[in-house]
Design a protein around this ligand. Structure first.
Ligand code: ATP
Ligand code: MG
Length: 393
């Protein structure tokens, strides 16, 4: 019976003049998510997007549940602006819902329609009560709310609202470079950034042969899962060569500082790559106090090597909250595969929780920071990861 899906999008309707641009990105992302599925068209009218489809609305709704910017999806019936047609559609919709408490909630953005919202509520409510046995009205806590929207192009009726993922349309907020390890946290940090509209590219530091081909593949697999949320089904992943840096650090006279030193090298390389590729921020999976490198003191010393913003979407999340999110977005099972990461291979026995900058600078004086950064960058490869076929170039 449903012919239309009515899509509500919250925050982007608040964006003033940019609104139309946001809507266009959202529609582009929606069209991408619906590629290959059967629908007639996607259109927008003030504050709403509509998808005209047939009986396959459930498939369409499922495909759109990953499109950021969508607040809710309602399968709706569209009829012409005529009271009798509206009554008939209301009856058809509510017949599926006998023995329920209900209320009618009419809205009339189209003020040319002669019947006001209140009158419409009464008219349709009365019609339903007279024709469907077992219905009763409850205006405060109805089991079913029959919504009627009177718009210029027609009247829409619906009683079911399925939540969307919220957020802002992917691709509307500039580019960010996600430091993507094989762990649980950074993919979730990437997801949360995508949710706020960021175009995310991944950067992974690989220390082959200290770390294996499988640990590299694991990160590609994680990027493959994240690519599903990018709006365009693809994501760029940079794989940086970290081996020489690890070797230099192995000789360090300050083994307790190794993680701090490693992170500083990562941020330096990431900053240069971001500048080269036009990314405006770095993104990490740090959560305050989770491990030695994530104390306030460590973050302070690590952050000192970069002047571009470092976004840490998980900073206030507990581990369990991060795990729950990782499960929800589908990265958890891959993240827990037991392949070593460059940091786990080289983790010191007693990593410093309060590294001092003077000591860190003394340690860095022992190797040629700039040459190592440049070498790592020069040997960085680019992998294009696609959600559909994994790697497309
Ligand atoms: P994760 O689960 O994301 O690995 P973690 O709790 O294990 O996080 P760390 O290993 O200390 O924490 O890493 C902190 C952050 O540093 C990560 O979230 C990630 O953003 C970045 N990072 C760590 N290792 C790598 C790596 N090999 N490549 C890219 N980024 C990394
Ligand atoms: Mg880790």
């Amino acid at each position: 019976m449903y012919r239309t899906i009515l899509v509500k999008y919250g925050e982007i309707s608040l964006k003033g003049k940019n609104r139309s641009q946001f809507e266009d990105i959202l529609i582009k992302n929606m069209s991408h998510a619906l590629k290959g599925l059967d629908y007639q068209k996607i259109s927008k009218a003030y504050g709403r997007i509509y998808i005209e489809c047939g009986e396959n609305w459930e498939t369409i709704v499922r495909a759109l549940k990953r499109v950021f910017g969508i607040v809710s999806l309602s399968p709706a019936v569209k009829v012409e602006l005529d009271l009798e047609a509206i009554k008939e559609a209301a009856l058809r919709l509510m017949q599926q819902r006998a023995n329920t408490t209900f209320k009618v909630q009419a809205r009339r953005p189209n003020k040319h329609f002669p019947i006001g919202s209140m009158a419409m509520n009464q008219e349709i409510g009365g019609h339903l009560l007279r024709n469907i046995p077992g219905l009763s009205v409850d205006v405060h806590h109805p089991e079913t709310e029959l919504n009627i929207e009177i718009r210029n192009e027609g009247a829409y009726l619906y009683h079911t609202t399925i939540p969307g993922p919220g957020g802002l349309p992917a691709g509307c907020a500039g580019k960010g470079l996600l430091l993507l390890s094989g762990g649980i946290d950074s993919p979730v940090a990437g997801y949360l950034s995508l949710k706020r509209g960021v175009t995310v590219e991944g950067l992974h530091f690989h220390s082959y042969p200290f770390t294996s081909e499988r640990s590299r593949q694991k990160v590609i697999d994680l990027a493959h899962i994240l690519a599903d949320y990018t709006g365009q089904g693809r994501m760029r992943l940079w794989i940086a060569y970290f081996t020489e840096i690890q070797k230099a650090l192995q000789k360090s006279k300050y083994p307790d500082l190794n993680i701090t030193l490693m992170r500083r090298m990562m941020l330096r390389i990431a900053t240069k790559l971001a500048q080269r590729e036009g990314a405006l921020a770095l993104i990490t999976g740090d959560s305050l106090g989770q491990v030695a490198s994530q104390t306030m003191e460590s973050l302070h010393v690590i952050n000192a090597v970069t002047s571009i913003p470092v976004l840490r979407p998980l900073i206030g999340h507990d581990k369990q909250e991060i795990i729950d999110l990782a499960r929800k977005i589908g990265t958890y099972e891959t993240s827990i595969l037991p392949y070593e990461d460059c940091c786990t291979v080289f983790v010191p026995k007693n990593p410093a929780t309060k590294p001092r900058l003077e000591q860190v600078l003394a340690a860095e004086a022992q190797y040629d920071v700039d040459a190592l950064v440049d070498e790592a960058l020069a040997k960085t490869e680019s992998v294009a990861v696609s959600s559909a076929v994994q790697i497309f170039s």
